[in-house]
Write a protein that binds this ligand. Structure first.
Ligand code: IMP
Length: 434
């Protein structure tokens, strides 16, 4: 069995896109299993730059299956736009497969996302307003539309009236409105069905058959552990489970079919939106990292909050997500600092805290405790040539930083990323496909 999962070990934006693209070169099947177009990453292939929110990275490489699993919520308009962009670059969509069980995002989900945020007032989550939460709410409430429904006019006509009435009433009470009629809704859904029909399948069967054949199957996570609806900083989280466990429900594979789990860990911490972030840097240093690291959201363009690396979180990710190796990313952003700090644990009311607390009021009172390590000089030349020289050629202080992470978490750093391009990657492991 040759399967590998890539997940985020912080609040998302750890550079999973680049790492996924790097590993997708050797994969046969690439599968998204949760989230929607709240995620986003930029992939550069030669001169072509793609901003993907929904399509699995594998779509950019010929001969691979790129699967949108049942756990993903799909904004069909956005998906069709991404599909057009891929085709416009001269690439085909033969590999695309979409689960018949995935739920679709509708306009009223986006409206509800905005209206719910307004209702929350000071306690707004800072969502991407893409309708992700309301779509997952409908999934749990059993009032959602699934991809398979888009091919069944009778089912749509039967379901639409009650759902639409409910959404209109709720939006009206919340101070918004929805002028969609039943006919408009059904026509729209049928149109989407027509456009997506060639790609719709039972993706669990497809993925399991791919594993049975001995293919290399890559599961591409979105967001990160601290945005996980159960294990993140609730309620400042996304509305899906983001860790490798979610592959079972979101791609329809058994837990015994997930091999290695690669956790992407940025060399410092960032988060978008509201909510606790113990190692956040509020002053100039935070701004400096934000600018140097280009820490602006791919989906919303918002500036990301920046801070030192937090190993309490990294260990939380390892425990919950079964991470077997780290890809430590964006180490180059810390180049040229005299010292770098790493949070090893917290203190709360004089007590040592080693595990990330659930409770917001405890989180607001805790103090991160740091170890200060020597920084490393900027390498001046190109990151590509530094990467080409391999791990041993890196500055000793940088290697010391990586070793510290490995020692504290007990997880090896199998991959090191020091720039955006694939050539700016050091693959310490070589083979990822057991
Ligand atoms: P939602 O997923 O749009 O409901 O937003 C909930 C929270 O998750 C907000 O704080 C978002 O900023 C955050 N979020 C969702 N997707 C991502 C992502 O891909 N990277 C970073 N933050 C995200």
């Amino acid at each position: 069995m040759r399967t590998l999962a890539i997940t985020g070990a912080q609040w998302g934006d750890e550079g999973k896109g680049k790492i996924t693209d790097y590993l997708a070169q050797d994969a046969d099947t690439i599968v998204r299993f949760q989230g929607g177009n709240n995620a986003g990453h930029t992939i550069q292939i030669g001169e072509d730059v793609f901003k993907l929110h929904l399509l699995p990275s594998g779509i950019l490489r010929a001969g691979k299956a790129a699967v949108i699993g049942n756990g993903v919520v799909i904004d069909v308009e956005e998906l069709l736009e991404e599909m057009s962009a891929v085709e416009a670059s001269g690439r085909g969509l033969e590999g695309l497969r979409i689960s018949d069980r995935a739920h679709v995002i509708l306009n009223y989900h986006r409206k509800l996302d905005g209206a719910e945020e307004l209702y929350r007032g000071d306690r707004s989550v800072g969502t991407t307003r893409r309708g992700i939460g309301p779509c997952y709410q409908d999934k749990a409430a059993r009032t959602g539309f699934r991809v398979c429904d888009l091919l069944e006019e009778d089912t749509l006509r039967e379901k639409a009236p009650a759902v639409l009435r409910m959404k209109k009433d709720i939006l009206e009470v919340m101070g918004d409105s929805c002028d969609c009629t039943e006919d408009m809704l059904v026509e729209r859904l049928l149109g989407w069905g027509k456009a997506l029909e060639p790609y719709i399948c039972d993706s669990s069967v497809l993925v399991n058959e791919s594993i049975d054949r001995g293919d290399r199957v890559l599961f591409e996570g979105a967001q990160g552990v601290m945005l996980d609806i159960d294990h993140g900083t609730y309620p400042y989280v996304t509305s899906s489970n983001t860790m490798a466990g979610a592959i079972c429900s979101g791609a329809g594979v058994g837990p015994n079919r997930i091999g290695d789990v690669l956790g992407c860990l940025k060399a410092y911490t960032t988060r978008v939106g509201e909510g606790p972030m113990p190692t956040e840097l509020h002053g100039e240093l935070g701004e400096y990292i934000m600018k140097k690291g280009g820490e602006f959201g791919t989906t919303t363009g918002r500036g990301r909050r920046c801070g030192w690396l937090d190993l309490v979180i990294a260990k939380h990710a390892v425990r919950i997500g079964g991470i077997t190796s780290f890809a430590v990313t964006k180490l180059d952003v810390l180049n040229g600092m005299e010292t770098v700090k790493v949070c090893t644990h917290y203190e709360l009311d004089g007590e040592r805290i080693d595990h990330f607390p659930a409770c917001l009021s405890r989180l607001s009172r805790l103090e991160p405790v740091y170890v200060e390590l020597p920084g490393w000089e900027d390498w001046g030349g190109s990151a590509e040539s530094v990467a080409a020289a391999g791990y041993d050629g890196l500055p000793s202080e940088l290697k010391n930083y990586v070793s510290f992470i490995e020692k504290e978490t007990g997880v090896p750093a199998g991959m090191i990323s020091i720039g955006k391009r694939r050539s700016e990657t050091i693959d310490r492991r070589g083979s990822w496909w057991a």
